[in-house]
Design a protein around this ligand. Structure first.
Ligand code: ADP
Ligand code: ASP
Ligand code: MG
Length: 814
């Protein structure tokens, strides 16, 4: 005999019930079948709502009843020809009338007892099973309907009744021995107590009914037909990348379902496992899909089979010096919870026995607190233990797999993954069978945690990176262009799937969890929300996406001022904006420390020399134990351009103007000419070398006369350059007379930094520095004779964007 179960969605509409008939036709015609059905999808929730409203004295329950009636009538009208409908409808009406009387009674009394609620809930399955059985008959199957309440005997723990297997097995075996029909349809979920009162087996309990029947008749197989193609590596509603597991052992399936994989009700496995009956989980709406086979052991080499999560968890901690070495504390704790029928989901105990922590469902939290505190009232009074500590708003995530015990490093991988993504672990449990490792985390982190865990254990080598990009001007738009061009390369070669999940300019912000299409990002951004930095930051944090990186392509001090908020949230920051790193040392230090503490990256290679590896080279030297003696550098592409073109016969004014027209200077060229920009850069290099130095400690030997610096406007500034033309010519000719060239040089040595104009001789590495290139000389313990030189294009949107790109990749591969 075979036992089949069809869940709520599988019988949720006339169309679905037709599909059930179609599936049954594929089974062997000569076989005998027990078919367990759920209520039409969503009906149990409605019945509960109906009972609750009636119990609260709210007449709205009548509307809910009406919805339930319409739902079933619609199904009947669609499923049967008019001539066959009246019999069906009158059967249904009888049940609905009884249900209505029950609800009216509850409404009158104004109280919904667990006993009445079970009775109400049972109508869902009682109605669906008649409809399915009649449809089968109409299709020519030899079908009959049997009320499970006449077979399954339980205690009277309403809502979660415990089965009396001896009586139940006997009833079921006897019934099927005499039953002539080949296809017997039974309502899932419902049962009856010894006294004949209707009970239920717990939400999702139709699976359990099917397992009970399968075990009692020694079925050859139990097929569970549902709305997904098997038990999946994670809950597909939370992890979109989840894939079906083709084979899984009973123990693994049990662990996964116990830890939240709703596709199968946890108690279901036990009765069939005891009899070694295989379970197939199949998709009613894609019957050709393989599905999942649950049986003795699954032959697999990889350690983790699936991951799951349970929401609404509270942690109870019993703690105190009075517990150490004294037996019986845990026993009393668990007994007091048991007395209140509180289900313990997870247990951890510190090896010092100083504390014991258990995870329970949040709804039981207050009951637990009262029960445990009263059990230990004397010890609490004597201050030998603390009152029970209760923490809520938590959830559990778990990795499950039979083979974990043979592999090292699974827990390291799990906690490393959570840690890198800023998920704080509150408690850990690993069963001694090592089939399961679970962690208690904040409920706000559930989605992120499950997704990164899935990525780590199932999706390697693809890692998804979520970018939030502020600033889409020259550099930002180039970056987006490069990201779009490189998408395939990143996926295929580096295993990175980079998605732009946020964009902002000074006017608008746009966020999309599934990624912003890069073909028309401009139009999309213009439809976005008005820019508001605090709101943008709050939204990014609330999205709580894994592997998030905030990219700052602006020159805004407001944006630079929020980096710490991202880092504190485990969101990496990549920036070409120099403001944060060149502001107060304390902020720079705070950002570096936060990045370390929260396992995020804070990368700003493009702050100095655009895409040139200036900061990375310095970091590598220091990290490998080298010591910086001095840094000498030309760090301004604009100043280098100006002085390279300032030759005999030109005026300083016209050279500066040309540089500005070419886009090599800031709109106000004084930012470059004053040396301020170079000061920021050498400040950052000094700080990266280990100096706790501030901007005002840097000496600026400015070559610009004060009158130029103080000019009221940019045109006035140009006039002042003409006024002081002689000054500039003298600087140039003095250098030329010695065969030297003018370079604007930044220097750092012995904790002191300076910037200023310098004449360099032909044998100096700076002498031949062309165009707007940058050069940095590092003299270190290792590079004493000849400094280490980094040289190349040090400005331009293209190279800056590729420097940012490289930092993004660096942070993603951490
Ligand atoms: P039925 O009504 O058929 O019993 P359920 O809604 O009880 O169906 O269970 C199926 C649902 O379980 C799926 O639609 C899916 O959303 C959810 N689910 C949660 N975790 C998993 C998992 N690991 N694998 C498959 N489905 C899961
Ligand atoms: N109808 C019940 C519920 O929704 C039982 C089931 O579908 O398994 O919980
Ligand atoms: Mg179910």
């Amino acid at each position: 005999m075979q036992v089949l179960k069809f869940g709520g969605t599988s019988v949720g509409s006339a169309k679905a019930i037709e599909q059930v008939c179609h599936i049954l036709k594929q089974y062997k015609p000569a076989g005998r079948y027990a078919i367990i059905v759920s209520a039409l999808g969503g009906v149990t929730d409605k019945l509960i709502r109906c009972g609750q409203l009636a119990g609260q004295g709210q007449e709205d329950y009548k509307n809910v009843l009406l919805e339930i009636e319409t739902r079933h009538l619609d199904a009947i009208r669609e499923l049967f020809p008019i001539t066959a409908q009246s019999g069906q409808i009158s059967q249904l009406k009888k049940k609905l009338n009884a249900l209505e009387n029950l609800c009216d009674g509850i409404f009158q009394v104004g109280e919904l007892s667990p006993r009445s609620l079970d009775k109400i809930m049972s109508y869902g399955e009682l109605m669906s099973c008649v409809i399915v059985a009649e449809k089968l008959k109409q299709k020519g199957f030899s079908a009959a309907c049997k009320d499970s309440r006449e077979l399954i005997v339980t205690d009277n723990n309403f809502g979660h009744a415990t089965v009396n297997f001896i009586a139940t097995n006997h009833n079921i075996a006897q019934f099927f021995a005499q039953q002539p029909a080949d296809y017997v349809v039974l309502p899932g979920f419902v049962a009856a107590s010894n006294e004949g009162e209707t009970t239920t087996l717990g939400r999702g309990g139709s699976d359990y009914t099917a397992a009970i029947v399968a075990a009692a008749v020694h079925a050859s197989v139990l097929d569970i037909w549902t709305d997904v193609s098997g038990m999946m590596t994670a809950d597909p509603r939370i992890v979109s990348q989840a894939i079906p597991i083709s084979h899984i052992s009973y123990e693994e399936a049990m662990e996964l379902s116990h830890f939240g994989a709703k596709v199968i009700y946890p108690p279901t496995i036990q009765p069939v496992m005891d009899k070694r009956i295989p379970i197939w989980i199949k998709n009613t709406f894609a019957p050709e899909d393989h599905g999942t086979l649950i049986q003795d052991s699954a032959d697999r080499s990889f350690p983790v089979t699936g991951i799951s999560g349970i929401q609404h968890i509270a942690l109870l901690t019993l703690e105190g010096s009075g517990m150490v070495g004294i037996p019986g504390f845990s026993k009393r704790l668990f007994e007091s919870l048991l007395q209140e029928r509180i289900n313990v989901i997870l247990i951890t105990q510190s090896s010092s026995e100083h504390s014991i922590t258990v995870g329970i469902h949040e709804t039981d939290m207050l009951k637990a607190k009262t029960a445990v505190d009263s059990e230990f009232a004397q010890e609490i009074h004597d201050k030998r233990i603390e009152p029970l500590l209760v923490e809520k708003d938590l959830c559990i995530v778990a990795v499950v797999g039979d083979k974990m015990k043979n592999h090292h490093g699974t827990s390291g991988k799990l906690f490393g993954t959570l840690g890198r993504n800023g998920v704080n672990v509150r408690a850990i449990a690993q069963g001694s069978t090592e089939k399961n490792i679970s962690a208690v985390i904040n409920k706000a982190d559930l989605k992120k945690a499950l997704n990164v865990m899935h990525e780590t254990f199932f999706e390697t080598p693809l890692k998804q990176v979520n970018l939030f990009i502020a600033g889409v001007g020259n550099v930002g738009s180039k970056l987006l262009e490069q990201l779009q061009q490189q998408q395939n390369y990143l996926q295929n070669e580096l295993g990175l799937q980079i998605r732009v999940t946020g964009l902002a300019n000074s006017k608008y912000t746009l966020l999309s969890e599934s990624g912003i299409g890069l073909n028309n990002w401009r139009q999309q951004l213009e439809q976005g929300n008005e820019m508001n930095i605090p709101a943008f930051v709050a939204q990014i944090k609330a999205m709580n996406l894994r592997n998030s990186v905030f990219v700052d392509n602006t020159a805004s001090s407001e944006v630079a001022a929020v980096y710490h908020e991202f880092l504190q949230h485990g969101i990496s920051v990549v920036t070409c904006n120099k403001i944060a790193c060149s502001s107060d040392y304390s902020y720079y230090r705070q950002l570096k420390d936060l990045a370390r503490r929260f396992n995020a990256s804070f990368l700003f290679e493009t702050n100095v020399g655009a895409g040139l590896p200036v900061i990375n080279t310095l970091n590598d030297l220091i990290r490998s134990g080298d010591k910086v003696h001095s840094i000498e550098a030309v760090l301004s592409g604009s100043l280098n351009f100006v002085f390279n073109h300032f030759v005999n016969g030109t005026s300083f004014r016209e050279v500066v103007k040309a540089a500005q027209d070419e886009g090599y200077t800031e709109p106000d060229p004084r930012i470059d000419l004053s040396g301020k920009d170079v000061m920021r850069k050498i400040l950052i290099l000094a700080r990266e070398s280990g100096a706790a130095i501030e901007m005002d400690e840097i000496t600026n030997y400015s070559f610009l006369p004060d009158a130029c610096l103080d000019a009221a406007s940019v045109p006035d500034f140009y006039d002042q350059l003409d006024v002081h033309a002689q000054h500039f010519q003298e600087l140039r000719s003095a250098a030329a007379a010695d065969g030297k060239r003018l370079k604007f040089v930044a220097r750092y040595e012995d904790g002191k930094a300076s910037v200023g104009l310098q004449s360099v001789a032909p044998d100096h590495p700076f002498y031949k520095l062309e165009g707007k290139d940058n050069i940095v000389l590092y003299t270190t313990s290792r590079y004493q004779e000849q400094p280490l030189i980094v040289k190349g294009a040090g400005a331009g949107a293209d190279v800056t964007a590729s420097g940012i790109f490289a930092d993004i990749i660096r942070s993603a591969r951490l």
